[in-house]
Design a protein around this ligand. Sequence first.
Ligand SMILES: [Cu+2]
Length: 272
Amino acid sequence: MTRKNRTLRLIVMAIVIVVPILLLVVPPLLPTRTQFALWPINPASPTASRLDRVWTIVTYVAVAVVLLVGGLMFYAILTFGHSGPLSDDDEPPQIHGNSRLEITWTSIPIVIVAVLLAIAVATLQLNAPPRVLASNTVQVDIRGYQWGWAYTFPQLPGLSIPVGDLHLPVDRTIEWRVTSSDVVHDWWVPALDGHMDAYPTHIERDVIYTSRAGTFYAQCSKFCGLYHWKMHNNVIVEPAAAFTTWALANGAKRADIDKLVGGATGATMPRR
Ligand SMILES: [Cu+2]
């Protein structure tokens, strides 16, 4: 191999290996991480924090594997690379039946995948909705349609949001129940929860805790037709007073709102 060819190959391989690593590793380290709104980062609920932890572990394990395999590949190519016509004498020694080597390179990936599986299953268990909910849990019915999301609150009759942003009180247990009136959609607010598929005639429920106020990006994540891209909006988690103002302006009765968010504070509720 000529020096020029070798340098060129080195540069191409460096790009192939380094660019994906940079894309994976750098965004979570940036101070303005929220601009990557669909990354499961900057979690605002315990549920999303646990998902974020799994995501981070998987990412760094994957990067370590890429570095290891890519490094060995680099080493092999640069050390044993050959150019020009081959003669019979150029064939490297052929290795067959090295049981120790084969067991090693089979068992390492199995162990890695088993550990990641155990972490993922444990997280799923922790994120499962509890059987008993706090008495002042806020229930939200979320209905996907082509192409938008509509919200109602069973405890706040009269409040109906056919289109637009969803507001929620901070420091509250929220039970959201997701369905669809036409095709399959997917309710996804990365900062608060994992994906929730929205099927017609089926209610998918999950329970989260709004541990931090803020404006969080929501996006339908199932391709549901021509204007799927329009199915995004914000979930605004805010103090009880701001939530009350919003609910009043959208048709809820004050007595119902006071009953729901004017009573006990989050400190008395189980955090999950
Ligand atoms: Cu969609």
